[in-house]
Write a protein that binds this ligand. Structure first.
Ligand SMILES: Cc1cc2nc3c(=O)[nH]c(=O)nc-3n(C[C@H](O)[C@H](O)[C@H](O)COP(=O)(O)O)c2cc1C
Length: 429
């Protein structure tokens, strides 16, 4: 069986397209997310993963104009309060929000996630990122110490503090016995007195652990330092690696790193990010693929804007007809590398005029995509797939009720959730 997640932001979901409906107006309200969550529960999805960032992109064209005009990663709201709202209207799906280790003080994050774990009855997770954009550092006034590997070193210590805070209350600390007038057994609640290189916290947390004690930890950074961080702390890794060979290398590398850290390969569920386009017939799928492949102007613009977003290098300044230059970044290293694959000996225009998929792009019928997913998981060791994109209603229905139903019929997707918490369901197989 495979695991499935849906990747999205708390941003404009669909706007100005044939099936957008009232997308431009309704995205701030919870209803559309709740509808999507229910549809994905029908399909047995493990989780919805909300990415996040605290900035308006302004690298492409050296201006925020493109992002604002196109509603591209802006405007964007903080997804964490939304998780509690979705949880009230759903029963089983895991709900992951993004938490940036570089901004959130560990005590604040540990308490917030414990609160959400209670509110969601054990269905919350956090996607840990170090943040990749200098603008968000500037928004928090923390731009002075902006080194890629140092961000991860700090994140590692951050995770130690948060873990200790979550364990500061022993099991059984809540007695709730009016007869002996004991609500909490004080002998089971301990300070942590953490003194590290970057953080200090006295502890304990001033609330008891939620149903999961430790919310599910998700991680995405794919540089060597990022992978090492994931192998130490994550329960699920959302990975970007283009094509079967790189996906296999990624999963094998994570398995090696897990073992080196005293964990087992099956302790982390690796889901590869993909885009999925479901059609009733292969003829429709082929027609869609051809249009997408050949829309050079649109592909060029979207790819250059995405490269700018991930790397901090303004793609609009690249000479389109010159060979692809050497690029390096202090931002998201693995994401920049993703765009450079296959660029040797080619011009910028040649590389960027074609669609650049996340890890893999699935375009076909429910049957053909189910075949491909099973085959790719077998070849790469992937635990499953993270479907990327907004939650335009038609797209969600195609996946949940078209592809999802086919996957369930084949026993590739779960038919029911057997456990109350996200963590237990994630590790049920
Ligand atoms: C699937 C995926 C999801 C990501 N989600 C976020 C996110 O929500 N917020 C963020 O700041 N970075 C996000 N990133 C970027 C990474 O988490 C990380 O911050 C960045 O890639 C730098 O790490 P690296 O150099 O190890 O790749 C994501 C990356 C991938 C591949």
């Amino acid at each position: 069986m495979l695991h499935f997640g849906w990747f999205l932001s708390y941003t404009v979901q669909s706007w100005g397209r044939t099936w957008s409906g009232r997308g431009g107006e309704e995205w701030t309200q919870p209803e559309q997310y709740i509808e999507a969550a229910r549809a994905l529960e029908r399909a047995g999805f493990d989780y919805m993963m909300f990415e996040d960032g605290s900035f308006i992109p302004d690298v492409y064209g050296s201006s925020q104009d493109w992002a604002l005009r196109n509603a591209a990663a802006a405007p964007k709201l903080d997804p964490l309060p939304l998780l509690a709202t979705i949880a009230r209207e759903t029963d089983n799906i895991g709900l992951i929000g993004t938490v940036t280790t570089s901004w959130y003080p560990p005590f604040f994050a540990a308490r917030l996630l414990t609160t959400l774990d209670h509110l969601t009855k054990g269905r919350v997770g956090m996607n840990l990122v170090t943040a990749h954009n200098i603008r968000s550092a500037e928004n928090y006034g923390l731009q002075d110490d902006w080194d890629h590997d140092k961000r991860y070193a700090r994140a590692d210590e951050w995770m130690q503090v948060v873990s200790q805070l979550w364990d500061a209350w022993e099991p059984g600390a809540i007695v709730n016995d009016p007869v002996t007038r004991t609500y909490v057994d004080p002998s089971k609640v301990h300070p942590i007195n953490f003194e590290g290189k970057y953080y200090r916290s006295r502890g304990p947390l001033n609330c008891q652990p939620g149903p999961q004690r430790r919310p599910v930890i998700c991680q995405a950074g794919g540089s060597p330092t990022g992978r090492e961080f994931g192998a130490r702390h994550a329960d699920t890794i959302i990975a970007q690696a283009r094509g079967v060979e790189r996906m296999k290398e990624y999963r094998d590398d994570i398995s090696r790193r897990l073992i080196a850290n005293g964990r087992k390969p099956q302790d982390v569920k690796v889901l590869f990010i993909c885009d999925v386009h479901v059609f009733a017939t292969m003829a429709e799928a082929d027609a869609f693929r051809a249009v997408r492949e050949n829309d050079a102007a649109l592909n060029l613009e979207l790819n250059l804007a995405s490269l700018s977003f991930a790397s901090g290098i303004d793609g609009s300044t690249l000479d389109l007809d010159a060979p692809f230059p050497e690029l390096t970044t202090n931002n998201a290293q693995s994401v920049l590398q993703h765009y450079l694959i296959g660029s040797e000996g080619k011009t910028v225009r040649e590389v960027m005029s074609k669609p650049i998929s996340q890890s893999i792009s699935f375009t076909g019928t429910p049957e053909s995509i189910a075949d491909e997913m099973a085959d790719i998981a077998a070849q790469t060791g992937a635990d499953g797939f993270l479907i990327g994109g907004g939650i335009e209603r038609r797209q969600v229905a195609e996946v949940s009720d078209g592809l999802g139903a086919e996957l369930r019929r084949r026993g590739l997707a779960r038919d029911s959730y057997d456990w109350p918490t996200f963590r237990e369901n994630l590790f049920a197989f």
